[in-house]
Design a protein around this ligand. Sequence first.
Ligand SMILES: C[S@@+](CC[C@H](N)C(=O)[O-])C[C@H]1O[C@@H](n2cnc3c(N)ncnc32)[C@H](O)[C@@H]1O
Length: 250
Amino acid sequence: MAQQNIYDNEVFFDSFKGLRSDEINFNEVIETPIITAMLPDMKGKKVLDIGCGMGQHAIQYSKAGAASVLGTDISEKMLGFAKENNAAENITYRRLAFEDIAQLDEKFDIITSSLAFDYSEDFGKLMKDIYVLINDGGYLVFSMSHPISTAYDGVYDRYTRTEDKVRLYANLHNYGIEGVRHFKWVVEDYEVYHRKFSTLINCIAGAGFIIEECQESTVPDEILKKHPDKFGGVIHQPDFIFFRCRKSNR
Ligand SMILES: C[S@@+](CC[C@H](N)C(=O)[O-])C[C@H]1O[C@@H](n2cnc3c(N)ncnc32)[C@H](O)[C@@H]1O
């Protein structure tokens, strides 16, 4: 199975670290507030954060009262940053690709993941593997790139624009063709997997989950007014999609 570990590429890592530590970035302004609002109460819960990266969410969950947080990621560099900057007594960071997540021999009350599942070639298997790792009545809450945003070819502009470059429409490229997409994002050959919305739903439900909530990214008005160039695309196309899924104990 194809596994990409682009975050251990020095140029990519440095660039991502720069973007992620900027106060006004897509993670802090869009992703974190939405996923946080969708999470169940973390107090006393055993949490797994898949694709934890530099640990910003793991420390958030630890501070929110989780009994323990295990953060897993494929990238040594991301985990190195997490261990140095986002450590706490009840957090463990472990190098483990989500393709191998079934190797964990423990169960969790809440499994989360922020913007990591775009890199999964086999999303259906991932959902099934995660289902097994959740206690009855537990939750999977995650974000990933929205299928509209991954329907992109990297060659043409994402938007049709007016003569003075104002975004008019979002362009979709081959929405109906699923699979790997290559485009330039920091590095020339950045890879994510494009899937249709229906595939996401069918993989989640097919694993046995009940979908309790789904959200698409929006940006607060005051941020949009202050940073129209950076966030102006969000009103035309949602960058991220979010799901809160439950393993029923009925
Ligand atoms: C966009 S970053 C998000 C990091 C973190 N969740 C956050 O919100 O800042 C994506 C993360 O997914 C990780 N990742 C990519 N492919 C992976 C894989 N196959 N298994 C585990 N983690 C992976 C990357 O190393 C990276 O840390």
